[in-house]
Design a protein around this ligand. Structure first.
Ligand code: 5GP
Length: 296
């Protein structure tokens, strides 16, 4: 097959591309330099969302860590099963944890990620916000355990850990939950261990939970940031909640009553973000996570 010729760039486009290349190279070498000097950890770079950093090879960063060097870097990568050409953006969760164990990162050398609790009335769009942040390299979205049955589109260990009542009881008994609550006839809980582990790795951890659970997190961890997602207006929420014509009048009233109760709890939260635009809320959450302040 004939090869497609490379695109012909104008002189101006070539100059711009080359300038962008220089800026990206400078950024990458400053990141490596700061790791080499011990000023920042390799995990800060891994969690950095900038494209030119996410495109760096893992080996480049690892070799920059003081005391590692080329040989040990190759050894560690082979041991964990990271291919030499793997880029940061392509690192899997298991590889990241293995890398951390291998480097024995002490808690003091990596800044803890922020714990963000996001609550709000049903229908306000929390799950769309969550799905945007799930793709962001600085965030890890907690996976809750629940006793409710999976919905058609849901996958076990991705949307929830779908577990039995007995298993839920056992987890409460073993003190495995950061918080748990009952909601609409089922139980939901946040497993504690992964939240701690990802925060140690410097990731901001996002919990999307209901209000009773948010209150428990507040009393368990006073540094947690509680964010309430509000609708642009009450009328809009009513419209969203009642758009399913299949609800009986009683069911509809029950949904609205619950939403009213949930809205009243917003004053207990550190921040209230109005969900007019999902990307905007996601950006606000990122900025709060990066420099957490407790109250607006
Ligand atoms: P759904 O069944 O629609 O997925 O979730 C019902 C409610 O449970 C939502 O308000 C959701 O935020 C909340 N929820 C999900 N996981 C947890 C959890 O681990 N703990 C608590 N307290 N609430 C949760």
């Amino acid at each position: 097959m004939a090869k497609t010729p490379p695109p012909i760039l104008s002189a101006q486009a070539r100059a711009e591309a080359s300038r962008a290349g220089v800026v990206a190279r400078q950024l990458r070498s400053s990141v490596k330099e700061s790791i080499a000097k011990g000023e920042s950890s390799i995990f800060e770079a891994i969690n950095d969302p900038r494209k030119s950093i996410q495109r760096m090879r893992v080996s480049e960063l690892l070799a920059a860590v003081p005391g590692i060097g080329q040989k040990r870097c190759e050894h560690i990568m082979a041991k964990i099963g990271i291919s030499p050409s793997r880029r940061i953006a392509g690192l899997g969760d298991k590889q990241l944890i293995a890398l951390r164990n291998e480097l024995l990162v002490s808690k003091s050398s990596t800044d803890y990620g922020t714990l963000i609790v996001m609550s709000g009335p049903g229908g306000v769009g929390k799950s769309t916000i969550t799905s945007v942040l799930r793709d962001h390299p600085s965030f890890w979205v907690s996976i809750s355990a629940t006793t409710r049955a999976p919905r058609e589109s849901e996958r076990d260990s991705h949307d929830y850990f779908f577990i039995s009542d007995e298993k839920f009881d056992q987890m409460i008994h073993d003190d495995e939950f950061l918080e748990w609550a009952e909601f609409a006839g089922a139980r939901y809980g946040t497993p504690k261990a992964p939240v701690n582990q990802w925060r140690e790795l410097g990731k901001h951890v996002l919990l999307e939970i209901e209000i009773a659970g948010a209150r428990q997190v507040r009393s368990a961890d006073e540094d947690a940031l509680l964010v309430f997602i509000a609708p642009p207006s009450w009328d809009e929420l009513v419209a969203r909640l009642t758009s399913r014509g299949t609800d009986s009048p009683e069911r509809r009233e029950a949904r609205l009553a619950l939403a009213r109760e949930e809205m009243a709890a917003s004053v207990e939260f550190d921040h209230i973000l109005v969900n007019s635009q999902v990307e905007e809320v996601a950006a606000q959450l990122l900025s709060l996570a990066t420099s957490p302040k407790k109250r607006d």
